[in-house]
Design a binder for this molecule. Structure first.
Ligand code: SAM
Length: 206
């Protein structure tokens, strides 16, 4: 990372806030703001967090679900455990692979009320390629919903806008009673990321 990038990051309001509040990433504030607006995660819910490392979203999800809920986090990279929580499970794996889905299902022992995905591809620097990879990840998260999301369950997916985005949105709209697209205040203006929020899954996962 360049020196400039590091200096810019240190001046960032949400980076500073995350440090102060001991959140693992500034992305924590995105989930906090999304949840404040859309009430996606409730006390007692189970949450599957896809593309979860280093764990900033999982931390917020754990606070929101309380001790009666649970959070299952998945990432290609290892996610450090949260010593204060015994309702957190992490899976090191690629969620586009069937074996990882099987492991999520084994860990959940049932279906989940909420799926959140902040997954992003490792950036190649080729904008169009990275954008298409982001759509692929979002499609995979949607496919996982078909398997493990409860009837009336909720979904948040981050995606880079561009080719394939309108079709993806259309497909999500078929599966959820209400769908909104939004950019929380903590999402950088210059970033092409968008958050799709689906509420009320129309059918039980199979
Ligand atoms: C922006 S980070 C997530 C930040 C996280 N929400 C937080 O608050 O700490 C995106 C993550 O997606 C993960 N990822 C990308 N593709 C993945 C895949 N196929 N399976 C699992 N994780 C993936 C990356 O390893 C990376 O850690």
């Amino acid at each position: 990372m360049s020196q400039n990038w590091n200096q810019e990051r240190k001046k960032d309001e949400y980076y500073k806030k995350a440090k102060k509040q001991e959140y693992r990433s500034r992305a924590s504030f995105k989930l906090l703001q999304l949840n404040r607006k859309f009430k996606i995660i409730k006390n007692g819910d189970s949450v599957v967090d896809l593309g979860a490392a280093p764990g900033g979203w999982s931390q917020i999800a754990l606070e929101l679900v309380g001790e009666d809920g649970l959070v299952v986090a998945v990432d290609l990279n290892r996610i450090k455990p949260f010593p204060d929580y015994d309702n957190f499970w992490s899976i090191k794996g690629d969620f586009t692979q069937e074996e990882t889905l099987n492991e999520i299902e084994r860990t959940l022992q049932g279906k989940t009320q909420v799926i959140i995905s902040d997954a992003a591809p490792k950036l190649s620097g080729i904008k169009d390629l990275d954008q298409l990879r982001s759509i692929d990840l979002a499609r995979c998260a949607l496919k996982i919903s078909d398997h493990i999301l409860k009837y009336k369950g909720n979904l948040i997916i981050k995606v880079f806008q561009g080719e394939g985005y309108p079709e993806l949105l259309k497909d999500i709209k078929k599966k959820f009673q209400t769908v909104k697209t939004t950019k929380p205040p903590s999402s950088k203006k210059k970033s092409g990321e968008m958050y799709i929020v689906g509420r009320g899954f129309r059918k039980e996962g199979r």
